[in-house]
Ligand binder design. Structure first.
Ligand SMILES: [Zn+2]
Length: 336
């Protein structure tokens, strides 16, 4: 994978978060974002706001991908706008393309259903829409039971978003994508990321740092959030949830490594809430050379931590610090 491909892949991962904002309306994430960014509409209709949080900006980039691949599955048809929304599967663009001449913009899909026979109101539809569109609408099954409308991901048969299918769409739409943080290497709004991309460290470590800062690493906390695991307690220290911050800063492997590293890298921060938080703090107090070592150490810790979790042996922390130092030196020597 090239660096560009990895950024596109990250975008497909972000779209997964966006998908959760569409599906998991009981989640804490949904509650927080809803109030702040799209109180009046759904995530798919949410608008970008200038000078807003980095996370939200990233999600807006992901929204574009979801818009491409999502379509309504008609339940009772209320809340689906007949003329603006995508709700006609098996039809070009999944939406009405020939605007009827005299029609109310606020036409809802439920207005096109004949509730006495639980079928499409063929007379109304036939009079209003282009023949091809009318035919496509008649093919949409309607339930006799009262079911609510849902959003399905068209590229996959089961209608569920997956990173793999998302990545495919990302590649198709990349040209239309706004120049967001994910798509460009420089980030004007967040000094942390632009500084990260400029560091003299291997690309794999930059990507790792970016992902750690965005909590897109397969820790138990993240897997539990995605409901892949039920338990999120750290497998090694059993002290609290297995977050990125726990693994890279607090947990057994990490604390030994930090204790044996440069004084300025040694644990100072308390009350940190996330690895992003830690990165911010480090970026403030460290020189570029120190941050480079810090990130390579995190990367080594992550690998060592994974080795142990998969049954490997715990290595002497001094050797890990040495390995990180060597790795960095070798990389930088090769750059000259
Ligand atoms: Zn732990």
């Amino acid at each position: 994978m090239s660096f560009r491909d990895i950024r596109l892949f990250n975008l497909a991962m972000l779209a997964k978060q966006g998908w959760r904002l569409l599906q998991e309306k009981d989640s804490l994430l949904y509650g927080c974002f809803k109030v702040k960014y799209f109180p009046q509409c759904s995530f798919l209709e949410a608008k970008d706001v200038p000078n807003i949080s980095f996370v939200w900006k990233s999600l807006m980039a992901a929204q574009l991908i979801l818009k491409k691949g999502c379509c309504w599955r008609v339940g009772d048809g209320s809340s689906i706008r007949a003329l603006q929304d995508k709700w006609i599967p098996n039809y070009t663009m999944n939406m009405i393309l020939h605007m009827p001449s005299e029609v109310d913009r606020e036409l809802w899909v439920c207005d096109l259903i004949n509730w006495t026979c639980h079928g499409w109101d063929r007379e109304r539809i036939g009079n209003m829409f282009h023949r091809e569109e009318a035919e496509a609408i008649y093919c949409i099954p309607l339930s006799k039971r009262h079911i609510s409308n849902s959003i399905v991901w068209m590229p996959k048969k089961d209608g569920e978003y997956s990173v793999r299918s998302g990545y495919h769409i990302v590649r198709l739409v990349q040209k239309e994508m706004p120049d967001c943080e994910e798509c460009s290497e420089s980030n004007t709004n967040s000094p942390i990321w632009s500084r990260l991309w400029k560091l003299r460290i291997p690309n794999k470590v930059k990507i790792f740092g970016w992902r750690a800062g965005h909590k897109i690493l397969p820790t138990r906390e993240n897997l539990a959030k995605r409901q892949i695991l039920k338990e999120d307690t750290c497998q090694l220290c059993k002290l609290g949830s297995e977050s990125v911050l726990n693994v890279l800063w607090d947990c057994v492997v990490a604390s030994d490594v930090w204790a044996g590293s440069l004084t300025r890298l040694q644990k100072s921060g308390t009350g940190l809430v996330s690895f992003f938080n830690l990165m911010e703090e480090m970026m403030l107090k460290l020189t570029n050379e120190e941050i480079e070592l810090f990130l390579v150490l995190c990367w080594v810790i992550w690998n060592q931590w994974n080795t142990i979790v998969h049954g490997g042996t715990l290595q002497d922390p001094n050797r890990l610090v040495q390995r990180a130092t060597n790795l960095l030196e070798e990389f930088q020597d090769a750059q000259v």
